[in-house]
Design a protein around this ligand. Structure first.
Ligand SMILES: C=CC1=C(C)c2cc3[nH]c(cc4nc(cc5[nH]c(cc1n2)c(C)c5CCC(=O)O)C(CCC(=O)O)=C4C)c(C)c3C=C
Ligand SMILES: [Fe+2]
Ligand SMILES: [Fe+2]
Length: 344
């Protein structure tokens, strides 16, 4: 469908230029829920020096000698529990977001999607957009909170791709949007809608963000501060709506990896601690993930439930990410049009 000027919301300029591409990028995922495919994916992901900041001479023997011989089997089992007919949830939802955004922006802009690790790759999709006539590309890493291990590595890969082109497209990048009122109100609107539909009233809303090694905070990565700010603004916005006066907001960090100290408190520790302290009804949300994935559907919704109920928690709900739902797409539409406005 092509938007006409009349169909566009009045505060949005019509998008009419024919040479603009938008590339939505998320982390990446294996091609199949098998140990072999997971091994290929993890080898690429965990060899990124932005992700594991240990010199390769020390890290690669550990990765190749130990991790890639043990973790793929365990992770493949976890992927099998959440895999869909359209493939990995992360890839399927990112594709849905790209299709929905294409509909909203109309034919004047070409919307693609790619993955930092695995398929479709950033290089492949940037080349496809360029070959389709895009001489301007907006690169949109779908990470609300900036970190070197996510946002920066997407931009590095795009720059590496440009480095191989004789005639480069112009590139813009979507800034982090952790404190953007449009993002905060989309989250508040969507989480409130989901909580209103539960058959219990939560005492606690646990906001779980992906973790990072704690040293990255001391080295100046803003990720931890971005997560804390998102959580603070979201709590303020949800309280301002007047509902959930009794609700307690708690922030935590999930998916610890390796032996180093990671950001705290850890999500698994908090789930257990809440149950042990007598909390009976808990909802968990992952505001830093723009799409549901292994980390939300398996780690939070399946394992997290066990971590809360085993020590005495009674009612548990894992709330969905914004995905391609209306609140999520309204938000993406607005922040992406804002970036495109200099080009149209
Ligand atoms: C050193 C290891 C890791 C860092 C640092 C890290 C940062 C980080 N990751 C995300 C988002 C996602 N991570 C996902 C999966 C995942 N993450 C790690 C390790 C690190 N992440 C691993 C090994 C895995 C794979 C699964 C596993 O074996 O446990 C995913 C989901 C991918 C999917 O296919 O569904 C996302 C999304 C962020 C935002 C982040 C830093 C801020
Ligand atoms: Fe991760
Ligand atoms: Fe995990």
């Amino acid at each position: 469908m092509t938007w006409t000027t009349q169909q566009l919301p009045s505060d949005h300029p019509p998008v009419k230029s024919g040479n603009i591409g938008v590339l939505l990028v998320n982390l990446g995922t294996p091609d199949a829920p098998t140990p072999g495919a997971v091994k290929t994916y993890l080898a690429e992901f965990l060899s990124d020096r932005r992700v594991v900041e240990i010199p390769p001479i020390a890290w690669q023997p550990i990765l190749r000698g130990i991790i890639l011989n043990t973790r793929p089997k365990k992770s493949a089992h976890a992927y099998q529990q959440v895999w869909t007919e359209e493939g990995s949830p992360l890839a399927a939802i990112t594709a849905q977001q790209a299709r929905a955004l294409q509909q909203r922006l109309g034919d004047g802009v070409q919307v693609g999607w790619g993955m930092r690790y695995g398929n479709p790759s950033i290089a492949q999709e940037m080349t496809r957009l360029k070959d389709a006539g895009c001489d301007r590309i907006l690169l949109a890493p779908l990470y609300p909170q900036y970190s070197g291990a996510t946002t920066a590595t997407v931009v590095d890969k795009a720059a590496e791709t440009l480095g191989r082109m004789r005639w480069q497209p112009a590139l813009r990048t979507l800034p982090p949007y952790h404190d953007d009122p449009v993002y905060i109100s989309a989250l508040a609107r969507d989480l409130t809608r989901q909580m209103d539909r539960l058959d219990f009233v939560p005492e606690v809303l646990l906001l779980s963000f992906h973790g990072m090694p704690e040293r990255t905070l001391h080295l100046g990565d803003p990720y931890h501060c971005h997560c804390r700010k998102t959580a603070r603004l979201l709590e303020t916005e949800m309280r301002a709506a007047g509902e959930y006066a009794q609700l307690r907001f708690v922030t935590s960090f999930q998916s610890r990896f390796g032996r180093a100290k990671w950001l705290e408190p850890a999500t698994d520790t908090m789930l257990e601690a809440e149950a042990k302290a007598g909390t009976k009804r808990l909802a968990i949300a992952a505001p830093g993930f723009s799409a549901d994935c292994l980390e939300t559907l398996e780690e939070l919704a399946i394992t997290g439930r066990e971590q809360f109920t085993a020590p005495g928690g009674e009612q548990f709900a894992a709330l969905s990410c914004l995905n391609a739902n209306e609140a999520g797409m309204d938000m993406l539409d607005t922040i992406i049009r804002r970036e495109l406005s200099g080009w149209i």
